[in-house]
Ligand binder design. Structure first.
Ligand code: NDP
Length: 328
């Protein structure tokens, strides 16, 4: 059977591609340009320790071109691509439009081709934001972010919520008959195959490179990229996954707890120690507007359940310390 993985150059997608190949699937990928194909296959081969050569079709989430060709003859689509920049864009639409319209382009092409199932990479961003003070202590898959409340949403969290909503609306309306399953990962860590992937790895690279004086009192759910890749495959093959979304998360750690893991594993590095007082983070935020977005999270732990991940997809998450050290 053949699987299309969109955004093949990304952190999660590259692990997904190798695991799919390992499980006997034929894989095609999309990238914004086919120029990236040779380098990608080199990276995949180096990590796998054997030659890997997947076919790459050029397709951009912002345009129609390429998507029909990309889905041609595939049984399943793993729609992983979505803009995930480390800096906030000038206009939220720079993220929202490609995330939402790109998901719809992929779903429509899949439907037209008679693809069996699409698995979409959404995010905890589509669950945990815009609640004001009403956020449940333990979030689950029935919960949705409110992308209209701008207090704690970023362009990115809004783009993920709006895109996932649009995907469900499509398969329950015009696209009825196309199977959809959705994975909602928390912060993804674990081994990267190249240095220029996912913004989430900055959680580890910044303290490791001495770029933080101390840690803000922020907490993150952590999941290893290898578990995220597996979750995508289980959601593709298990009949009971259809129509479901899955929180894909393991332990929740404070940033200074992540720092402690790094300090123990890399005693030669100057990893910051201690927590910044909240008033100081608030002060910094006045001169560094992107920081404003985290202020509502200061001192709070965003709890969630991962029961569905464990029971329906059979995944017992890799411990956070292993994921952190593997990222480092
Ligand atoms: P990466 O930044 O490594 O991957 C993002 C991928 O999306 C890249 O392959 C990128 O391609 C592609 N992409 C971005 N914009 C476009 C576009 N306009 N057209 C086509 N492709 C595009 O990050 P991750 O692997 O972490 O992210 C993969 C998915 O996982 C995303 O949907 C992200 O939202 C989601 N996610 C990630 C989490 C994390 O902590 N890492 C947590 C929860 C969800 P290019 O190489 O051309 O830039």
């Amino acid at each position: 059977e053949k699987v299309l993985v969109t955004g093949a150059t990304g952190f999660i997608a590259s692990h997904l591609i190798l695991q799919l190949i390992e499980r006997g699937y034929e894989v095609r990928g999309t990238a914004r340009s086919t120029d990236k194909a040779a380098r990608l296959n080199e990276i995949l081969s180096a990590y796998a320790g054997k030659p890997v050569a997947i076919e790459i079709v050029a397709a951009d989430l912002n345009t129609d071109e390429g998507w029909a060709e990309a889905v041609k003859g595939v049984d399943f689509v793993q729609h992983v691509a979505s803009p995930f920049p480390s800096e906030t864009p000038k206009s939220a639409d720079e993220l929202i439009v490609p995330a939402r319209d790109g998901a719809l382009r992929v779903l429509k092409a899949a439907k037209a081709e008679g693809v069996k199932r699409v698995v979409l990479t959404s995010s905890m961003a589509a669950i945990a934001y815009g609640w004001g003070d009403k956020r449940p202590d333990v979030l689950s898959e029935v919960d949705w972010s409110n992308p209209d409340n701008l207090e704690d949403n970023t362009a990115y969290t809004r783009s993920k919520t709006i895109a996932e909503r649009a995907a469900w609306d499509y398969v329950t309306g015009e696209g009825a008959g196309l199977e959809l399953a959705v994975i909602n990962p928390v912060a993804v860590l674990g081994p990267a195959m190249s240095a220029d992937v996912s913004s989430s790895l900055q959680l580890v690279s910044q303290p490791l490179e001495g770029k933080l004086p101390a840690f803000p009192k922020l907490s993150f759910g952590i999941i290893d990229v290898r578990d995220v890749a597996r979750a995508h495959i289980e959601a593709m093959v298990r009949p009971e996954a259809v129509g479901e979304r899955f929180i894909c998360g393991g332990d929740v750690l404070w940033m200074d707890e992540m720092g402690a893991v790094l300090r123990e594993a890399f005693p030669d590095r100057k990893i910051p120690k201690g927590t910044l007082p909240n008033w100081l983070v608030r002060l910094f935020a006045q001169v560094n507007p992107p920081l404003k977005q985290v202020l509502p999270e200061l001192g709070k732990k965003r709890g969630y359940t991962n029961e569905k991940l464990k029971t329906l997809l059979g995944i017992e998450p890799i411990p956070a310390d292993e994921a952190i050290i593997a990222s480092a």
